[in-house]
Structures are given as structure tokens and as C-alpha cells.
Design a protein around this ligand. Structure first.
Ligand code: 5GP
Length: 189
């Protein structure tokens, strides 16, 4: 997606060979026009797939997920990282190792919001080693629902997440595929 590539080239900051900072438009400050284009793109890619719900993780997945849900006319659920005191009903949950924070945490979705008739599109901001995606897949499976595919804003193709999801037979659509972050330069696939 050219507009996203341009934004990454112009405003992305390479923090290391492994980490790209995009807090100027996705992870802190949000560019709503770009988010809308991203939502339109995912909606077009997954049109006709019978998707009934979108699932993401708070916080950075929410903006692209909501724009996709708006275009597709379906609800968006974000997995919560910390169960609040008001959420006392049953939850589907999974443990996820955070690539950026290097800590293990639990994410959860209320059993009220997902059921076995749902066909779910997972949306996330980044795909690195795939831990977040695998945790969401686990939650969707616990609900007996079907994973219809994954829409990733920025895939770091040099890490293992994409290959693992491909190997499991999931459809993965990434709007930007980063081949390398070596020497402070973003190279796309
Ligand atoms: P994974 O679970 O695939 O290893 O990592 C995906 C999650 O880690 C994403 O939800 C994202 O929040 C975070 N993440 C992974 N790599 C990067 C990165 O290079 N930059 C930023 N800002 N977040 C990342």
C-alpha cells in the first residue's frame, strides 16, 4: 500500500535492527486519513469472505480495526490486556509474550461477544514473531469461531510470525512488508 510505505519512509524511526517506531501515525499520534485508507484496503481485500466480526488487541490495533469495521459494517472487539473490575463475566483468555515490552501478559475477550457462528478477521498493527496473533487465534478457537484471516498493517517479514501463520494455513494480508531494518534503513519486500 503506497501511502503507508511513504508514511513509514518519511515518519518511521528505526530504533534497532528489530524495532520500527511509528508513533507519529499509528502507535501514539494517529493519522485518521491513513487509518481510513487502511480500513478501506482491508475491507476490499477481505470482501466476500463472510466475515462477521473483527478482533484486535488494545491499544494500537484499535484504530485500524475500527476503520475496517466501519467500512465492512461489522462490530470490532478488542482483547483487553488487563481485566477491569467491572468485567466479571466469563472470559476467553490466552497468554501472550510482548515483543516490545518483553513481558508475558494475559489477554481476554468476554464470552458474550464471540460465538461459534462467527467468522473472524484479526487485525493488528504489527506482525513480528506472531505471539499476539497466535493468542488471538487461541481465543477465537476457544469460542468455537472460525479465523477467516489476518490483516496486518506492518509485517516484519524477517521475523518468524508470517511463516508460522502461513504454515498453519491462515490467510495473511499485510499492507507493508518490511524485509529489513538494517543500518537504520527500512527496506520493503
Ligand atoms: P508479535 O506478537 O508478532 O511478536 O509482535 C506483535 C506485537 O508487538 C504488535 O501488536 C505490536 O504492538 C508489537 N510490535 C512488534 N514489533 C514492533 C515494532 O517493530 N514496532 C512497534 N511499534 N511495535 C511492535
Amino acid at each position: 500500500m503506497e501511502a503507508l510505505h511513504k508514511k513509514i519512509r518519511e515518519e518511521g524511526i528505526v530504533l534497532s535492527d528489530q524495532v520500527l517506531k511509528v508513533d507519529a501515525f499509528l502507535n501514539h499520534q494517529i493519522d485518521p486519513v491513513l487509518m481510513q485508507q487502511i480500513g478501506d484496503e482491508f475491507a476490499a481485500l477481505f470482501a466476500g469472505s463472510g466475515i462477521t466480526k473483527i478482533v484486535t488487541i488494545e491499544a494500537s490495533g484499535i484504530a485500524p480495526a475500527v476503520m475496517t469495521g466501519l467500512k465492512m459494517g461489522i462490530p470490532v472487539i478488542f482483547a483487553r490486556k488487563h481485566q477491569s473490575l467491572t468485567l466479571t463475566e466469563n472470559m476467553f483468555s490466552a497468554s501472550v509474550y510482548s515483543f516490545t515490552k518483553q513481558t508475558e501478559s494475559t489477554i481476554a475477550i468476554s464470552t458474550r461477544h464471540l460465538n461459534s457462528s462467527d467468522r473472524v478477521l484479526i487485525i493488528d498493527d504489527f506482525l513480528a514473531n506472531g505471539k499476539a496473533s497466535q493468542a488471538l487465534i487461541s481465543i477465537i478457537k476457544q469460542a468455537g469461531a472460525t479465523v477467516a484471516g489476518l490483516g496486518i498493517v506492518i509485517e516484519k517479514s524477517f521475523q518468524g510470525g508470517r511463516a508460522e501463520l502461513d504454515g498453519q494455513g491462515y490467510r495473511v494480508e499485510s499492507l507493508a512488508r518490511v524485509q529489513s531494518l538494517k543500518d537504520g534503513v527500512v527496506t520493503f519486500v
